[in-house]
Design a protein around this ligand. Sequence first.
Ligand code: ADP
Length: 488
Amino acid sequence: MAPLAICFAAAEMAPFAKTGGLADVASALPRYLHDQGHDVRPFMPLYSRIDLDAYDFVQVDFLRDVAVDLGGHRLSFTGYAGRAPGSDLAVYFIHCPALYHRRSIYTGDADEHLRFAFFSHAVFACCQRMGWGPQVLHVNDWHTALMPLYRRTTYGWDQLFAGSRSVLTIHNIAYQGIFPAAVVPELGLAQDHHLLYQDDLRAGVVNFLKTGILYADVVTTVSETYAKEIQTEAFGCGLEGVLRQRGGSVLGIVNGVDYGTWDPRNDPHLPVRYGPEDVAEGKRRNKELLLAELGLPVAEGTPLFGIVSRLTAQKGFELLFEPLPEMLAAGDAQIVVLGTGEASYERFFHQLQQRFPAKACYYRGYNEPLAHRIEAASDFFLMPSRFEPCGLNQMYSLKYGSVPIVRKTGGLADTVRLFDPRTGDGTGIVFEHFEPDAVRWALGCAVELYRDPQAMDRLRRNGMAEDFSWQRQGKLYERLYRLLAAGG
Ligand code: ADP
């Protein structure tokens, strides 16, 4: 089949800049598409934290000092091309120090709207200078969600984009990019007021993500269950109505996992590597070494629970406030926690460590190698999320033979199946209700399962046999792009 021309725009992309799952998708999906022979061109801003010397950056001659006028602001950018390690796919970077040389990727600065509206325009400007008309414009989250509208307005005259169809992927609907309506001229939409959501303008705001939902040809999100959930009041964060209007064109595609980075058989961060054939022994040794590294005693016959997470309300850790200390007091378990975030959760894990120094360790920080070692060492991995668009850690856990304990929501519901000891089918422990009692039940199941080595072995192998690779998930995007390009 003929290769497709795909423009992929995102605010973050691993390994250049990352705050969450978006960066992983924005890195892996274009690489997959490139490997399939498509002409995919990813774009992202050149933040000051990206080390120009670390990657093979080159200034693109025909993208030097390109001016963009936005409601009285004349800003210009220079395009750079760089390559991620281990890939020959060119990634295009928008260099505009006035906007992107800030202390963090996202800011609460007064021109946050301008930073990403400008980026969106810059992507179009690059395509124009390349003389390149992408068949698919794949935009992600609120930062680039105005692009489907820009295609019709600012760039509506340009035949290059006449055949372009747009896909908006929502990675987390809780972040929408809501700004005062007064910024509309600075978005380059002064003449197009009437195309924005009128109730919002009357309420004095403009919502980037909502605008994207209204104008993208297709809206996708990162799991099938989340695609349904965000069309309800409980999960839609106010966008459920516009999503329901899109009805059939809101699709869920679970993110893929980069098994090049996350595979216990060849993970450079692990002291001992292993596969399904020696999972019990491999995990036992990794556990001993991790416990020693963190200063916890090895407790024979005791399960180790792991957590690696941002500590935010989304992740549901308040459900653990009662059941977890109860379990540790009963002497049944040890736990290792890695993460930073809101004070109440940090305090809880800190106090847990103080109360149970031989059973609990809280490592406050962001530490990628340690995240790998926790996946390898833990017997169970806890994700009691309140909501979870997709979630990656439960898929890593499956690959590492660490049994995920998850709440049945979003991507967790789509990727972990409740284990049934009678049939030997299933990959984890799944609970439904957002209640401490549900967690109590799940932890009890885990402790009991751990006493049955045969069942544990089966459960671990089931998980390790699952395939959430981009080879699989990427095909679903390809199919969607083809349908769109064919006018479907
Ligand atoms: P979210 O995007 O909501 O944070 P995901 O499960 O989709 O959740 O992805 C989180 C990613 O960030 C995973 O790759 C996880 O390992 C990583 N991560 C989160 N917190 C930490 C941490 N403290 N140290 C290392 N990696 C972390």
